[in-house]
Design a binder for this molecule. Structure first.
Ligand SMILES: Nc1ncnc2c1ncn2[C@@H]1O[C@H](COP(=O)(O)OP(=O)(O)O)[C@@H](O)[C@H]1O
Ligand SMILES: N[C@@H](CC(=O)OP(=O)(O)O)C(=O)O
Length: 456
């Protein structure tokens, strides 16, 4: 029987009582499976801050240790009736926090955080969640076992902070480690390099961990549980009446997450699409005893009447404008710039050119460095270099987008009615997504205007 991989993230773990919701869902599956779990809500950010604080002052180690111990103690007292289970779990938690505090002591004394240590430290949010959840499941009479990525091992390409899973090496390892008919609980967010070093899979990367494990196991499905009613027509935090999307194609889900729909990590779809494993999105807050998904992401491509299924935004696209007379026609400019940026490890997200300007779309974290690198090249054909950072990229996504006339007209009319200026438009690069840039201040009203136009 194929396994199901279920992922529970920080959105499911905000309060100490929330763990019981996970237990109820896991019981409802009533089958052996793999659970991938993230840190409690906000804990990864807390650890990031702690690394900085600890460098300056050793007493911050004790502060963090106390904070984590109290947080876990509360969860343990809330979720275990039996004193023996409470004590056993508390002891295990204490020794895991002690491991963490050793790394923190190290960074205090060297006054720096080497990237391989940073990745280990940040993995502790997840390690604490998996330990406590496993214990709670066991105390409920469930045959559960914690399985750490280093025990498999789940091998990555070794890039610290943003690693990619190596499926060729990992698949057999994962299948072997998770072979029994029981419930395995795996901490998400990290794998290990071939040398055995912990490597994080990027912020929000537990969705990707779960997808990677599902892929290695050739799972029946990847079920991600969230705090919303499935994939919606827009982020429910931004629009008043979002509509649920029952079915999305892999391409639609991949584009939406690439353009910022935080419900899925942008790298979740790829490993599953290649082998046809469906992604099920469930709503833990509306759990009624059934594990039936609210949204299914699969290979089926459905064209709806209004074409657009969802609208999303990202603040992570900045524009580096390289102006100069005829720059778009001159040979070698783009090649020199892209080689220099590539050498600096900077990814170019997109290139849009005209006769007098080459626009590079870059991540917000790279824009300042990219500006300096291009400036230093002193290319005679570039007479002006501008970095635009105060922009938001808005994407509309839906199968059939490029084939149906009138969609773009409705979209831009809706923006014009609200007096929103569109700075740049990209259409045709993807068969299912069009995107455009507006000033950051116009972002929320642009999303609302488009959502009202297509979904009201
Ligand atoms: N189109 C969308 N549909 C549903 N939720 C969305 C969408 N875009 C963004 N979100 C946000 O995604 C959040 C859930 O993802 P996230 O917080 O990353 O969960 P987790 O921490 O469990 O991985 C929701 O609370 C919602 O605000
Ligand atoms: N805890 C990590 C990894 C993660 O994926 O978390 P979540 O599942 O809550 O998005 C982070 O905050 O980046």
């Amino acid at each position: 029987m194929k396994k199901v991989v279920a992922k529970f993230g920080g959105s499911n773990l905000k309060k100490k009582e929330d763990i019981q919701k996970l237990v109820r869902v896991i019981k409802a599956y009533d089958r052996p499976m793999v659970i991938v779990v993230s840190a409690f809500y906000g804990i990864t950010n807390h650890l990031i801050q702690a690394m900085d604080d600890v460098k300056k002052d050793e007493s911050n180690i004790e502060k963090l240790v106390r904070f984590l111990r109290e947080l876990k103690e509360e969860a343990i007292l809330e979720n275990f009736d039996d004193k023996d289970w409470q004590d056993r779990t508390l002891n295990a938690v204490q020794s895991r926090i002690k491991e963490l505090s050793r790394y923190l002591t190290g960074i205090h004394y060297i006054g720096d955080v080497p990237e391989f240590v940073e990745d280990v430290i940040l993995s502790y949010g997840e390690r604490l969640s998996s330990l406590v959840l496993t214990s709670i499941l066991q105390s409920n009479g469930i045959d559960a076992e914690e399985a750490l990525p280093e025990q498999m091992p789940l091998v990555t390409d070794g890039e610290f902070g943003n690693a990619t899973v190596d499926f060729e090496i990992s698949s057999a390892n994962v299948q072997k480690r998770l072979a029994e008919n029981k419930i395995y609980v795996v901490p998400g967010f990290y794998g290990v390099s071939e040398q055995g070093k912990v490597t994080l899979l990027g912020r929000g990367g537990s969705d990707y961990s779960a997808a990677a494990i599902a892929r290695c196991l050739e799972a029946e499905s990847l079920d991600v549980w969230k705090d919303v009613d499935g994939f919606m027509s827009a982020d429910p935090k931004l629009v008043k009446s979002p509509q649920r999307i029952t079915n999305l194609s892999y391409a639609e889900a991949a584009e939406l997450s690439y353009f910022g729909a935080s419900i899925l990590h942008p790298r979740t779809v790829e490993p599953l699409k290649e082998v046809g494993i469906p992604i099920h999105i469930g709503n833990i807050d509306a759990f009624d005893g059934s594990v039936a998904p609210r949204t299914v992401v699969y290979g089926t491509e459905t064209v709806t009447d209004c074409i657009i299924k969802s609208v999303t935004y990202s603040d992570d696209f900045c524009i580096l404008k390289m102006r100069g007379p005829g720059v778009g026609l001159k040979k070698g400019v783009l090649a020199k710039v892209s080689v220099a940026l590539d050498r600096a490890g900077i990814n170019i997200k997109s290139v849009i050119t005209s006769q007098i300007v080459i626009n590079l779309l870059l991540s917000a974290k790279d824009i300042k460095r990219a500006y300096s690198i291009v400036e230093e090249l002193e290319l005679s054909s570039i007479t002006e270099l501008i970095a635009s950072e105060q922009i938001s990229t808005i994407a509309v996504v839906g199968e059939g987008l490029l084939d149906r006339p009138g969609v773009a007209g409705r979209l831009f009319m809706a923006l014009a009615r609200k007096d929103i200026n569109v700075q740049m438009i990209v259409s045709g690069a993807s068969a299912v997504a069009s995107y455009f840039m507006v000033a950051k201040d116009d972002r929320d009203s642009a999303i609302e205007a488009i959502h009202d136009e297509f979904f009201k």
